[in-house]
Ligand binder design. Structure first.
Ligand code: URA
Length: 455
């Protein structure tokens, strides 16, 4: 049995180092005992002979997956990754095959870690400590997985100019304004109790709470009750929920303006999925807040990513032509995408489009929901399978469901058709013209439906 000791439970560097050596020496996963030591003290991989193995030739996707999966609390995570690394040598597409139990399990672990990272970003609440050296903000948080280190970059960017400490049971992170220190774990008793800022925060939460956007099920999903105990504002939630419908009516009567600009500003900081990293910017939807027609594409392309606007590249130009042929004024429609960041693979100087995964679509669905709630379109035209998946919440086959009105979860009405880039890919000129005419006919039918519903 090989014993491998990693410096801490989410020690990616140590894991990579050990994995290379284990693969090079041909040790099977069942022969390895993975241990994680107290995070601050132990060497990366202490078993002899685990030093200088060459890098593994694994797909990039594996590296991305491993980065998340090592943070999971499942004790089998290292062995599962080890097994996947071995199988990937013969089957490079293993991780795309959800029917494979190993791939399925690893992807589920990755997803759980992503959710936990997001929850921590949303639910950490700092309390100010009285400190003679100046303000020091301290938070207590209980993540489900070992995500503290993976999340420090986010908190550093957000609160770079403050001194802060996040205490968790497994480890703590302290930012002194210039450097990050990872310290031992703590208990809730180590964190400061209620402070005067708390009343301020609760008051602020009440004031920003917008009942028109309240969806209790979605809120429970986004903010599970187990997090409420450490959230000062949570005490306000039940009352706010109960009063929501009355307040919605009041706000509508008061003509409260819809706030797409605020939503776009919030989305510009979105880190819900890894796509925000390589992309240049969030490309949010655009168009009037009272549009009857909402057009939803897949994701921004290269040009959209550079310009920051949806559908301005080749597919967008073709869409504009087809909309005009169908008698639809693009300026009166709300145009957006299922995923707001460009996903690509870089090859030399080119960035090649890659379709988003279901996980990206799911992460971004939150923004689409907010756009729907603010625009309240009579009809949502889903351009292609990714948009269909985002809005219908399930995989779709465009050929089977295109061209007719569909009910969408949430009560919205939808209409599925092809994506304009499908038309751009057809090489045979006659076939391309026929498909284009069919697309224009779909757009015309959608426009008629939207007009009928809005009348
Ligand atoms: N393709 C899309 O789906 N959306 C865009 O914004 C551009 C190309």
């Amino acid at each position: 049995m090989r014993r491998v000791r990693l410096a801490h439970p989410a020690d990616l560097e140590g894991f990579r180092h050990a994995l290379r050596a284990l693969v090079a020496e041909g040790t099977p996963p069942a022969e390895v005992l993975w241990e994680t030591g107290p995070q601050e003290a132990l060497p990366l991989a202490e078993a002899p002979g685990l030093a200088d193995a060459p890098p593994l030739a694994v797909p990039r996707r594996f590296a991305e997956l491993a980065e998340a999966v090592v943070c999971h609390s499942d004790p089998a995570r290292f062995a599962l990754l080890h097994e996947a690394a071995l199988r990937l040598r013969a089957d490079r597409r293993l991780l795309e095959d959800r029917a494979d139990p190993l791939a399925d399990r690893l992807l589920a672990l990755e997803k759980a870690v992503g959710r936990d990272i997001h929850k921590m970003r949303a639910f950490v609440r700092f309390r100010e400590l009285a400190d003679p050296e100046g303000p020091h903000f301290v938070a207590w948080f209980e993540p489900e997985h070992h995500i503290l280190r993976a999340n420090c970059g986010f908190f550093i960017r957000r609160f770079a100019n403050h001194r802060w400490t996040i205490l968790t049971p497994e480890a703590s992170a302290h930012w002194d304004g210039a450097r990050l220190h990872i310290l031992p774990g703590a208990t809730k008793a180590d964190a400061p109790g209620e402070d005067p800022l708390e009343a301020l925060w609760t008051g602020y939460y009440r004031s920003i709470f917008n009942p028109a956007r309240l969806k209790v099920a979605a809120m429970a999903g986004e903010m599970p009750k187990k997090y409420w105990k450490n959230l000062p504002e949570a005490a306000a939630i039940p009352g706010l929920v109960a009063a929501a419908s009355a307040r919605t009516a009041e706000m509508l009567e008061a003509g409260q303006p819809a706030d797409l600009a605020g939503l776009a500003a919030a989305a510009a900081r979105c880190t819900r999925c890894p796509l925000h990293g390589p992309a240049s910017r969030t490309v949010f939807g655009e168009g009037p807040a009272d549009a009857r027609l909402m057009l939803v594409g897949e994701q921004p392309g290269d040009q959209e990513d550079l310009e920051g606007r949806p559908f301005v590249g080749p597919a967008g130009q073709l869409l504009d032509l087809c909309l005009a042929e169908a008698g639809i004024d693009r300026a009166r429609a709300y145009v957006t995408n299922a995923v707001k960041h460009f996903r690509f693979v870089a090859t030399g100087r080119r960035r090649l489009h890659q379709s988003p995964d279901a996980s990206h679509i799911e992460a971004c669905r939150w923004w689409l929901d907010q756009e729907l709630a603010l625009v309240r379109p009579a009809l949502v035209v889903m351009l292609g399978a990714s948009a269909g998946r985002a809005l219908l919440g399930r995989p779709v086959t465009v050929g089977r469901e295109r061209g007719r009105e569909l009910g969408l979860p949430g009560g919205w009405r939808g209409f599925l058709t092809v994506h304009p880039s499908f038309l751009l890919r057809i090489e045979n000129p006659e076939a391309a013209a026929a498909e284009r005419a069919r697309f224009v006919a779909d757009l015309r039918a959608a426009q008629a439906l939207a007009q009928a519903r809005a009348a």
